[in-house]
Design a protein. Structure first.
Length: 268
């Protein structure tokens, strides 16, 4: 009973934190237009009332608006990118597991090459080729992360296919589809969920690094990303510390809130 009350109390605290963050981000989007315009009259304005509750950066853009829209921009890239990575890696893992051995050896070779290269380098090369579109962001993150996910899934799938249950099913004439439906997917789905949850922080950091380096998409709609805000204001931290600290805290809170949100709703 005591442990149940402690667990309920913890879940309630998580829910309250997530609700507050979602409420604040939503409030920032509802109260402010996207920070895409310059107002030098408001340059480095201090925090004051609801017009600029967290102050402004050196271009007169509201910090609250920058935080809210920058966080949304990060989410709409990070979550689909991680999901696409898992779908691609899972598909390749299944194909490699069921097709002839030479194909698996070929995929393993490609995977080893991708693992030997810095993931950020792979992502930056693809983005530079595809000119920073939304699709290029998804593709670059998928290309940089798929190999590590593939290796993890391969180990699990091999373990399942070599299990006694699967061997008995094969001896009884079970098809590959039946084995996938009754043996592989029921076991692998837990691993897929965990890979999705544990991979979100690294994807958010990757998107933020891209933004810091000036590789962004949708800035004309949402304004600058969180990383770009840090890069833009780092030389003026002595004048306006909030211009740097707010996006840094925004990245941390984004990772924390998504982690808590998924963890609270996951049974795996």
């Amino acid at each position: 009973m005591a442990s149940s009350k402690i667990s309920t109390s913890r879940n309630m605290k998580k829910f309250i934190l997530i609700f507050v963050l979602v409420f604040l981000y939503s409030l920032g989007i509802l109260l402010f237009a996207p920070p895409t315009h310059v107002d030098l009259d408001q340059s480095f304005c201090p925090p004051r009332d609801l017009s600029h509750p967290l102050g402004c950066d050196r271009l007169g853009r509201d910090h609250f608006a920058l935080l809210s829209y920058g966080s949304v921009l990060t989410i709409i890239v990070a979550l689909p990118a991680r999901l696409l990575t898992l779908v691609f890696a899972f598909g390749i893992s299944l194909i490699a597991s069921y097709l002839p051995k030479f194909f698996k050896d070929l995929v393993d070779s490609f995977s080893s090459v991708f693992l030997s290269l810095p993931s950020l380098l792979i992502a930056l090369i693809i983005i530079s080729i595809l000119e920073g579109s939304y699709f290029s962001f998804l593709l670059s993150i998928t290309a940089s992360d798929w190999a590590s996910v593939y290796e993890t899934l391969q180990v699990k799938i091999k373990e399942i296919l070599e299990s006694n249950f699967v061997q008995i099913s094969k001896n009884l004439g079970a098809t590959n589809y039946y084995i996938f439906k009754r043996h592989v997917f029921p076991e692998i789905k837990y691993l897929l969920v965990n890979l999705f949850l544990t991979g979100i922080p690294s994807v958010i950091m990757t998107v933020s690094i891209f933004s810091y380096l000036g590789v962004d998409f949708g800035t004309e709609i949402f304004g600058p990303g969180l990383g770009e805000q840090i890069s833009f204001s780092k030389d003026f931290v002595h004048i306006s510390p909030l211009s740097v600290f707010i996006p840094v805290i925004g990245i941390i809170l984004l990772i924390l809130s998504l982690h808590l949100a998924f963890k609270s709703n996951s049974k795996f």
